[in-house]
Design a protein around this ligand. Sequence first.
Ligand code: KG4
Length: 340
Amino acid sequence: MPVTILAIESSCDDTSAAVISDGLLLSNVTASQSVHEAYGGVVPELASRAHQQNIVPVVDTALKQAGVTTHDLSAIAVTLGPGLMGSLLVGVSFAKGLALSLGIPFIETNHLQGHILAHFIQKAGEEPRPTPPYPFLCLLVSGGNSQIVKVKAYNEMEILGQTIDDAAGEALDKCAKIMNLGYPGGPIIDRMARKGNPTAFSFAKPHVAGLDYSFSGLKTSLLYFLRKQMQADADFIAHHANDIAASFEKTVVDILMQKLQLAVKQTGIKHVALSGGVSANTALRQAFIEKSQKAGWHIYIPPFSYTTDNAAMIAITAHHKYLDGEFCSIDKPPYAKVCV
Ligand code: KG4
């Protein structure tokens, strides 16, 4: 009998469900929440209410697309954390209830581990993608995290450096918010930056020792810059929006790449992967590819559908855990902060 797992992800503002069978992905369905656009950021209470509305149809569609019923399932997996507590509670309660009612094991996964293991997702019926060999380095960049991780095995990861304040995605989202461009800011800045000049303006870069990141000073630098320019020209943002977006984005990418290069130098590991929502960014992908060509890195970039939050990455993580018999007690509560 095949090992078939239903995985659920609800840690932030995407409700996602995926079905994996014997390590091959059969379905991956995600409902995004547009309700937050009006607020320029995720509103936690609205996110959990939207998850409650989405969870049943999303799971139902994932099962149907996979061609399985709940009776074919070997286990139920879910993101236990980190994330927004109200959002996590919806997916976790649903997953626990389903596992209990079906009498099958419950598997908990870490959201960040999932982002990294997205590189191992293989879709049923598709040509296998090259996967990174252990150990490899992973630049994990999302809305809430910026980390350089040494991945020694699927369940053994060492954080070599991480942000001491804002995350890279948060910096891009805030840049868009300050400029009144919309939400989520990352994809908007990405689109505008492609039409702008990345060297038109310069912003402050942090001086943080070692492999840690900092992005909050950059945000302040943008605020001061805009205030000063707008005192002289009230329409400054409207006239230079693409150039500002391109210059700000370039600074974020430069900061990310500089520490990543240092990590490669310090560890001697040349298999390097990108993960998380910001890994969808055009300029970051380009800088990553250029660096690999110059420095002889072997690089791994996830398909766009596995960069932002998705349950396929939870499903592949759960598949490994199932094979190792790593099941979780139904009593274990979700957690908001990183606790790995
Ligand atoms: O991984 P993710 O979906 O959620 C978290 O786990 O945080 O990442 C969301 C982040 C947001 O900050 C969003 O603006 C950013 O990823 N993002 C992008 C792009 N697409 C999503 N940032 C830059 N360029 C993009 N194309």
